[in-house]
Structure formats: C-alpha cells, structure tokens
Design a protein around this ligand. Sequence first.
Ligand SMILES: [Zn+2]
Length: 143
Amino acid sequence: MSRPCPCGAKATFDKHCQPIIAGKAFADTAERLMRARFTAYSLGDVDFLIKTTAMPQRENLEADELEDYCLSIRCISLKILATEAGGPKDETGMVRFHASMQVDGKRRLHAETSHFHREEGQWVYESEEEEGQEADADQDPNA
Ligand SMILES: [Zn+2]
C-alpha cells in the first residue's frame, strides 16, 4: 500500500520518509532529514525524533513530553523555503521552512530556520531559530 508522504514529497510515503524513519535508509541531505522529522512529528514517532537530535540537546529530551506534543498537534503541510549547504558532501546545513499545523483546533504556521550537522556521518538536528529572531551579526551599518 502506498500513500502520499506527510512531508508533501512527490514520492509516496513507503519510498520517501518511511525507510528513513524505519532506519532502513539514511537521509543524504539535511532537507531529507528535515522532511523525515516533520513526518515523524505527524506520526508521533518519538524514537526517531530523539535519535536524530544532536547531542547534548538529545539528553534534555523527554520522550513522554515529546509524545504529548505530537499528540497535541496535527501536522498539515510542510513548505521548504530555502536551504544552505546540507548536501551529501557537507558537514553542516540549514533549512528554512514553514510548517502548517493545527494546535488546539486552530491553524498555526510555524516558521523556523533549522540547523543541522553530521554526527558519525549522519545528519542530526542541532538547533532552531524562530523567524524574526534571526541574528544578523554580519551586517554592520558602519562597514
Ligand atoms: Zn517524505
């Protein structure tokens, strides 16, 4: 049985995020991991979410809390807006996205810039910047 992938990819779930979440394939790019994590949120696959979070943040994750969070939301759609690096030959990557979800019956748009890096060769989720809080340290008006 094939059904659409929750991440919105053209490929079906069993050919896209499913093998990555099941550990049968690895995400070759940061975007691919981002998509699989979105799908894992929508499925409530807490183990995968914890496994793909970078140390030391992983140690702060509570499986119960994460599970409650997954149950409290409904992931509707994912839109990748931009990526930087995060390719098969990169060690770090950034993915900017909008995730549309339903929280307490209300539609909510979650805008985030996620940072990823590799741990033992595999992509892991490192940190997020909520939109509007992006530090623009590079821009010096006196330069
Ligand atoms: Zn997918």
